[in-house]
Design a protein around this ligand. Structure first.
Ligand SMILES: C[S@@+](CC[C@H](N)C(=O)[O-])C[C@H]1O[C@@H](n2cnc3c(N)ncnc32)[C@H](O)[C@@H]1O
Length: 226
């Protein structure tokens, strides 16, 4: 049994206990979680509820208003951030393909117009989307970023997020332990594992942020912009 896992995939009693005493979901979040796990393709991509609650707590505690969400899938992370920001808040969520968001996320999230209207769904390469925000002069204007798309671009997403965040802004990098594979040099052969390990090293050594890698969900590397 791995001691690194998203709570919905784990039978570890410690992970279950921590999740039970961390995760708080709105009815919409619970509905989207069930719909994704029951019906969406590759449902293991769903963000861990305990990570999403932890991120919402950060956003709420420092009054975060503008959020970057890299990797929409069915929209669970975008929904979490949209619930956490105030009424005039914005969540920019990027995905190469919004088919799963439109099919599973939109019908559920749009039941709450107030929340749905905060989400800006941008389809296409997330790297291009983030570069466009930078080119549009939006550097230093975001409060929170969640990185959860293709792992080979993790270091690139992190660099863009640091640029786009204001001082004191927070980045969550999801899957930073990748089921524990990054911890074992012998298992660092597959491209995603190599890329996540390189991103973890980069974040740890980065003078632009304070950071901590924690065993939450599939591993969450948290960076605070100086
Ligand atoms: C792990 S899922 C995101 C899960 C979501 N954040 C959640 O909480 O449920 C990763 C997503 O990244 C998207 N993706 C993969 N490569 C991408 C790229 N180059 N640009 C943008 N999105 C990409 C995939 O289509 C997939 O929907």
């Amino acid at each position: 049994m791995s001691n690194v896992a998203k709570s919905y995939k784990s039978s570890d009693p410690v992970i279950a206990y921590c999740s039970e005493h961390t995760t708080i979901q709105s009815p919409l979040q619970a509905e989207l979680l069930k719909e994704t796990l029951d019906n969406a393709p590759m449902s293991m991509m769903l963000g861990a509820p305990e990570v999403l609650t932890f991120g919402q707590n950060f956003i709420r505690s420092f009054g975060g208003r503008r959020v970057i969400d890299v990797g929409t899938y069915t929209g669970a992370s975008a929904l979490a951030w949209a619930l956490a920001v105030p009424d005039d808040g914005e969540v920019f969520t990027f995905d190469i393909d919004h088919t799963n968001y439109k099919k599973f996320g939109v019908p559920i999230i749009s039941k709450c117009e107030k929340t749905f209207k905060k989400i800006r769904a941008i389809e296409g390469s997330a790297l291009d989307g983030l570069d466009k925000l930078i080119a549009d002069g939006q550097s230093g204007t975001f409060d929170f970023a969640f990185i959860d798309a293709d792992k080979v671009n993790y270091s690139n997403y992190y660099d863009r997020a640091v640029t786009l965040l204001r001082k004191g802004g927070v980045i969550f990098v999801d899957n930073s332990l990748w089921n524990g594979s990054v911890c074992d040099p012998a298992r660092r052969t597959e491209p995603s594992t190599v890329a996540i390990h390189q991103a973890n090293d980069k974040i740890f050594k980065d003078d632009r942020t304070y950071s901590a890698l924690i065993n939450l969900g599939d591993g969450t590397h948290i960076a605070f912009k100086k």
